[in-house]
Design a protein around this ligand. Structure first.
Ligand SMILES: Cc1ncc(COP(=O)(O)O)c(C=O)c1O
Length: 298
């Protein structure tokens, strides 16, 4: 199945799409990205992803920005052009093109890329049995260095090293703490712990990406009658909890069944995790429908 890329207005097959070598994210990580899922030709939480992207661009001071409606149109049109029914959509937005750190010396004309691809992080059986997670030696970048609410490309170098550390220990994910020793998140997912029927997740000021799947789970779990707290948690809370799960657009919801070889609860995906996952799967059917005929903006 051909995988298509839209780059600054030009649509090409994935294999032949190339970025300028002086793109500021290529040189310095000076860009933002979103990973979005399409389920059965409906794009899940599209407005939320666009909002996060544009808040990030405003915070980082990107100039000459396209409108949110334009970017949304490009994404929907690319999904319409794609032969995938279920896809992982990658959106990259960079500050512009030019050499040197100083933004005033580059063209400050954002480069926008939309790729419609597929991505399965884990095998179906991993969702049945859950993930083994290990602690990593990497801390999340503090908010006074780079606010973690911005999905900045450059920030991911440390998450990738943490992921490699987890891989070297044979684990499915790696846990990252913050500089206070509190739990922040895993390398590409947010974390939830359940104890005595109460669902807890690190507060945004723990240094997490405010995941869109995380917010979806918080809202739907509350609607389903579960108390949900955004709070400060340590590894003690993982050792003491009954169930745990991870959330992310790529991973969706997956149970976490051990930390550093110590089982969580009975070492199996728990009942509340399973219930929340069922509700989430229902919700993924309710995304933004793509236009029937490829539209206007690409
Ligand atoms: C570090 C990190 N935390 C959490 C998440 C989950 O965010 P979302 O649910 O918006 O995909 C991601 C997703 O890429 C991530 O990279």
């Amino acid at each position: 199945m051909p995988k298509l890329v839209w780059l600054n207005g030009v649509v090409s097959p994935l294999e032949s799409a190339t970025v300028h070598v002086s793109d500021h994210a290529h040189l310095y990580g000076d860009g933002l990205f979103e990973g979005i899922r399409m389920y059965s030709k409906k794009v899940f939480k599209l407005d939320e992803h666009i909002a996060r992207l544009f808040h990030g661009a405003k915070h980082m001071g990107f100039e000459q920005m396209p409108t949110a409606e334009y970017v949304k149109g490009v994404i929907l049109d690319m999904c319409a052009k794609s032969e995938f029914d279920d896809a992982y959509i990658r959106v990259n937005l960079t500050r512009g093109t030019g050499l040197g750190l100083d933004p005033k010396n580059i063209d400050r004309k954002p480069n926008l890329m939309v790729m419609v691809n597929s991505l399965a992080l884990y095998r179906p059986e991993d969702y049945e049995v859950g993930l083994h997670v290990v602690s990593t030696s990497y801390r999340v970048i503090p908010a006074d260095a780079l606010d973690p609410r911005i999905k900045c490309i450059g920030r991911y170098a440390s998450n990738i090293m943490a992921k490699a550390e987890a891989n070297s220990k044979g684990a499915g994910e790696g846990l990252m703490l913050n500089h206070q020793g509190n739990i922040a998140e895993c390398t590409g997912d947010n974390i939830f712990l359940i104890k005595d029927g109460v669902i807890r997740t690190p507060h945004p000021s723990s240094g997490i990406l405010c995941g869109i799947t995380r917010q979806t789970v918080i809202d739907t779990a509350r609607d389903a009658g579960y108390p949900v707290e955004e709070t400060f948690l340590t590894t003690f809370d993982i050792h003491a909890c009954d169930e745990a799960f991870l959330t992310g657009t790529a991973a969706e919801i997956i149970a976490m069944v051990s930390l550093d070889g110590r089982p969580i609860g009975d070492g199996k995906p728990g009942k509340i995790t399973q219930h929340v996952t069922e509700i989430f799967r229902q919700q993924t059917k309710g995304g933004t429908p793509i236009p029937v005929v490829a539209g206007t903006s690409v």
